[in-house]
Design a binder for this molecule. Structure first.
Ligand code: ADP
Length: 646
């Protein structure tokens, strides 16, 4: 057995501790919820392990015990769960168990600069165990891993260091002993040695925990004689009893009408480690041949790691109240990865493996129903309260959008999508709202993709649409490129890129007349256009006169099925081979620049300026849409020549 060793907390853990200690967190009592939550997780783990490893089975019923010693000013939370080895103790209680430590450090800096409150930060990172130091100035943990004989003792005053040595424990499990700070009720620090206070806190925050939470209660009793009468003159004796405080009712199994929002919220916090109430609570009960219940939550805020590659998501899967898997991602499509909750099905096997879950048709059914329920709930929020939906969209819109790539749900997800648009700089629009505003004679829904609102707003591609008063959606999120490939129509209207294909705006007659005029000009300039086309052959597959430009001289467009330059860059950035897509150069037939070039061309077809002009046109078109130049140095040289030589 190793002796006692002293360790320093990993810096982010120490920062967190300092925040905990100095945070003005209004509900100081939540540390107890966090400790009970950890204990309950440890019991879940033991129960699950014992399903396959019978040696771990102990006759003792699984439970959490809470007891206070007012004289010593200690409060103890004890469980007979899975316990921890020495290494696990050092790892789990010395670092923050999250991948986002860098992110955390950044946030701590924000707190220090007063941009975010410590409370909010703590909530976002859900850092249970350390909250002990809100109430305690000294914490001792004694833990023994199930199936091992040795116990470990961890101790810290939260001052940068902790020490770890041998401990003693009769059974597997974990005991956390808090040495409480001086009570300070004015600042919310109650006397947590009071029985009634503890009972109240446990009831409020942990009623649904599925194991008994036993509180040690003491009362004075007058000794009685054989007939049950008090014995006169005898000293009262202290009777100690363990009383189960929580109802242990699985909240998802209850009738939703009988559960109030606060109970749901506490349960949500318990499973999600969030510190704030959920945005939406969605109970689900499936009956018939295959029965199950689910309780789903949409969080009120996006977690910091939602877009991390290794973001873990999924629902808790129970089989008849026994937790089988903590984050069963088989139960949720990835585009709903922000959803938290539980599914309980009595019909699944207790020993399901990952492969079985993935291949089980019933699991696929649950996933489908869960997704439908969430989508319906969101549609209702959108219909009932647009502002509230805006909040959801801000948090999770980028994830939900991916749902259009799921053919099973594309039609359900489309009405939930919001995009920025030329209609209103402040407010994004839904597709239905767009359709409602469509002009007479407008047949398609138009969009432009690009890097930012500012970049696309000024794009030459929009000119004809602006002139016509047609609204254009601004798709500026990188995933929009992928999304739009799946979003070919809405409500019978085709979605069309303003940068692809020919533009046909206005009534049929107007279109015909415009087309006729363009053809004539195209013929008049045919030789010049061919010259430009040959000059830019490396980048351009065609040069033609444009019907989409009213102000700018030039722009680049693609054919209907072509890859957009953004998508091309996206694929290249992700390391996928994307064949170079040649584009179409469109010139504004009414721009004086065209007339000038035609003049030069007619005077002397060999004029070296003509080649420079062609390259400059191409460069301008790239710059205007926010694309990089193939050869910036050559572009700069041509501009300089032009400025010098005129
Ligand atoms: P979280 O619970 O969010 O992971 P905590 O800081 O509360 O973060 O706990 C860190 C880790 O310590 C837990 O993930 C768990 O592995 C371990 N742990 C905490 N309390 C217990 C306990 N009572 N029994 C066993 N392991 C525990």
């Amino acid at each position: 057995m190793a002796g006692t060793e002293t360790f320093t907390f990993k810096s982010e853990a120490q920062q967190l501790l300092d925040l905990m200690i100095h945070s003005l967190y209004s509900q100081k009592e939540i540390f107890l919820r966090e400790l009970i939550s950890n204990a309950s997780d440890a019991l879940d783990k033991l129960r699950f392990e014992a399903l396959t490893d019978k040696a771990l089975k102990d006759d003792a019923p699984l439970r959490v015990r809470v007891f206070a010693d007012p004289d010593a000013r200690t409060l103890t939370v004890e469980d007979n769960g899975i316990g921890m080895t020495r290494d696990e103790v050092i790892q789990n209680l010395g670092t923050i168990a999250h991948s986002g430590t860098k992110e955390f450090a950044r946030k701590v800096a924000e707190v220090q600069q007063g941009e975010v409150t410590g409370e909010r930060l703590i909530g976002q990172f859900g850092v249970g165990f350390y909250s002990s130091f809100i109430a305690a100035d000294e914490v001792t943990v004694i833990s023994r891993k199930a199936g091992t004989a040795e116990a470990t003792r961890w101790h810290s005053k939260g001052d940068g260091q902790f020490d770890v040595g041998a401990g003693e424990r009769d059974h597997a499990g974990t005991t956390v002993v808090l040495h409480l700070r001086e009570a300070d009720p004015d600042n919310g620090l109650e006397d947590f040695t009071r029985e009634w206070k503890l009972r109240e806190i446990i009831k409020r925050y942990s009623d649904f925990v599925q194991y008994p939470i036993e509180l040690r209660t003491t009362r004075k009793e007058q000794p009685k004689d054989d007939e049950g009468n008090d014995i006169e003159g005898a000293d009262a004796v202290e009777v100690v009893e363990w009383k189960t405080v929580n109802s242990m009712k699985a909240i998802w199994a209850r009738n939703p009408d009988d559960v109030d929002a606060e109970e749901y919220a506490e349960f949500y916090k318990h499973i999600s480690h969030d510190w704030e109430a959920p945005f939406e609570t969605i109970p689900l009960k499936a009956e018939g041949l295959f029965e199950y219940r689910a309780l789903l939550f949409v969080p009120d805020r996006a977690p910091f790691d939602l877009f991390y590659r290794d973001y873990k998501y999924g629902l808790q899967l129970y089989v008849n109240r026994v937790l089988i898997k903590d984050r069963a991602d088989e139960l949720l499509p990835e585009w709903l990865r922000f959803v938290k909750g539980v599914v309980d099905s009595p019909d699944l096997s207790l020993n399901v493996s990952r492969e079985m879950l993935q291949n089980d048709r019933r699991v696929a059914k649950i996933r489908k129903k869960v997704a439908k329920k969430v989508v319906d709930a969101l549609a209702k929020v959108q219909a009932d309260d647009r502002d509230r939906y805006a909040k959801f969209w801000g948090n999770f819109g980028r994830v939900l959008k991916e749902g259009v790539t799921d053919f099973e749900f594309a039609d359900d997800v489309k009405p939930l999508l919001w995009f920025d648009s030329s209609h209103d700089a402040e407010k994004p629009t839904s597709l239905a709202e767009y359709v409602e505003r469509m002009k007479d004679g407008q047949e398609n829904i138009y969009y432009i993709t690009g890097e930012s609102r500012a970049a696309v707003e000024k794009s030459p591609h929009l000119e004809a649409f602006r002139a016509k008063g047609y609204e254009v959606l601004y798709l500026t999120d990188p995933v929009d490129e992928i999304i739009v490939g799946h979003l070919t129509e809405f409500d019978g209207k085709a979605l069309k890129s303003v940068g692809k294909g020919e533009v046909e705006l206005g009534t049929e007659d107007e279109q015909k007349a415009a087309e006729e005029a363009r053809k004539q000009k195209q013929e008049a300039h045919a030789s010049l256009l061919e010259f430009i086309s040959n000059t830019l052959d490396e980048h351009i597959k065609e040069v033609r006169l444009s019907s989409r430009l009213t102000e700018s001289p030039v722009c680049l467009v693609g054919d209907e099925g072509d890859m957009s330059p953004q998508l091309q860059r996206l694929l290249e950035a992700s390391g996928q081979a994307a064949p170079k897509q040649k584009r179409i150069l469109e010139l504004n037939p009414d721009h004086p620049l065209l007339a000038r070039m035609q003049g030069l061309y007619d005077a002397n077809r060999e004029d070296p300026k003509l080649g420079d002009f062609a390259h400059l046109l191409h460069g301008q078109a790239l710059l205007a849409e926010g694309s990089p130049l193939p050869d910036p140095v050559a572009f700069a040289r041509r501009v300089t020549d032009l400025m010098v030589g005129g």
